[in-house]
Ligand binder design. Structure first.
Ligand code: C2E
Ligand code: MG
Ligand code: MG
Ligand code: MG
Length: 292
């Protein structure tokens, strides 16, 4: 059992083991300051429904706008934030900010979008997560059904009873729940019997070579079949070209997210794009702008 081996064995701690301890400490200190100085920012990546071609939601993705080093992607700091538990206050800020932004867009007349927020495994282990989510909704005025929380399947491997209770509590609040990066974690799938996730997100690593690698194609078809049979909506991540889109459409995927539709954008650019160019290109090649 992962738990018996102690926290340092959690799969999500291993990403940056080659960073020296001193560097980690320094990064942790500057992240703490950055949180206090509001240097973190959310970008938004649209999700398109394949049947209608319309934008149905957006995933909020954290960035660090560092005064000297510029824009830093989450892969560079989330692993250390996990390790230092700083990901908990950071993630709570992300929740509040994403809810605030989504409610502000609605107030400005944008059709309701579901806003998806990534939850760290450590956030799911907070005793007061339900209050934190309820507070973020109440403070923003966002309806619960407009918030979607993404968890990875690995979270269901540890402290299963606690996690199940938490997921059911979140569901009672009315928020949507999705499984992120499906197929990449250590998982027994038995949790799928015990909890009805609303959405399954097929990991981009299977989508990348979908049209050239028969193994990837088989895996994606199996995941889509599993998701649909269990009553989940299936979204494919990392869709970059028309060939992938055609395959996924044909296979019955409900929705996509990826550079083909758009990359993650700062809030103001996202909303400007949403007002002018929404809708999924059904047959044309993506424009240079979408590719960037
Ligand atoms: P994720 O939740 O699976 O997010 C999707 C990632 O795929 C994003 O990377 C996005 O920019 C990238 N992506 C989207 N479309 C494409 C595509 O067509 N091709 C390719 N190659 N990549 C695409 P990003 O923003 O760098 O985030 C990386 C990961 O960092 C996220 O993976 C998530 O696990 C984590 N993360 C991001 N924001 C947060 C956050 O607020 N809290 C927590 N706990 N984790 C976060
Ligand atoms: Mg995600
Ligand atoms: Mg993902
Ligand atoms: Mg990921």
């Amino acid at each position: 059992q992962a738990k018996a081996n102690g926290r340092s064995n959690y799969q999500y701690f291993t990403a940056d083991l080659n960073i020296l301890a001193s560097e980690r400490l320094q990064l942790e200190t500057s992240m703490r300051q950055a949180l206090a100085n509001s240097e973190f920012e959310l970008f938004y990546q649209p999700q398109a429904d394949l049947a209608s071609g319309e934008v149905i939601g957006a995933e909020a993705l954290i960035r660090w706008r560092h005064p000297e080093h510029g824009l830093i992607p989450p892969g560079k700091f989330i692993p250390v934030a996990e390790e230092s538990r700083l990901v908990v206050p950071m993630g709570n800020w992300v929740l509040r900010e994403a809810c605030r932004q989504a409610a502000a867009w609605q107030a400005a007349g944008v059709p309701p979008l579901t806003i998806a927020v990534n939850l760290s495994p450590l956030q799911l282990h907070q005793a007061n997560l339900l209050e934190i989510v309820a507070d973020a909704l109440a403070a923003s005025g966002l309806e619960a059904q407009c918030l979607e929380l993404e968890v990875t399947e690995s979270v269901v491997m540890q402290e299963v009873e606690h996690v199940m209770a938490m997921l059911h509590g979140l569901k009672r609040l009315g928020v949507k729940l999705s499984i992120d990066d499906f197929g990449t974690g250590y998982s027994s799938l038995s949790y799928l019997k015990r909890f009805a996730f609303d959405k399954l997100k097929v990991d981009q690593s299977f989508v990348r070579d979908l049209t050239t690698d028969p193994n990837d194609a088989a895996i994606v078809l199996a995941i889509i079949g599993l998701g649909k049979t269990l009553g989940m909506s299936v979204l494919a991540e990392g869709v970059e070209n028309q060939e992938q889109l055609a395959f996924l459409r044909n296979a019955g995927t409900d929705a996509i997210q990826g550079f083909l539709f758009n990359r993650p954008l700062p809030a103001d650019e996202f909303i400007a794009w949403l007002r002018t160019a929404p809708g999924l290109p059904a047959t044309e090649a993506p424009t240079a702008r979408e590719r960037r």
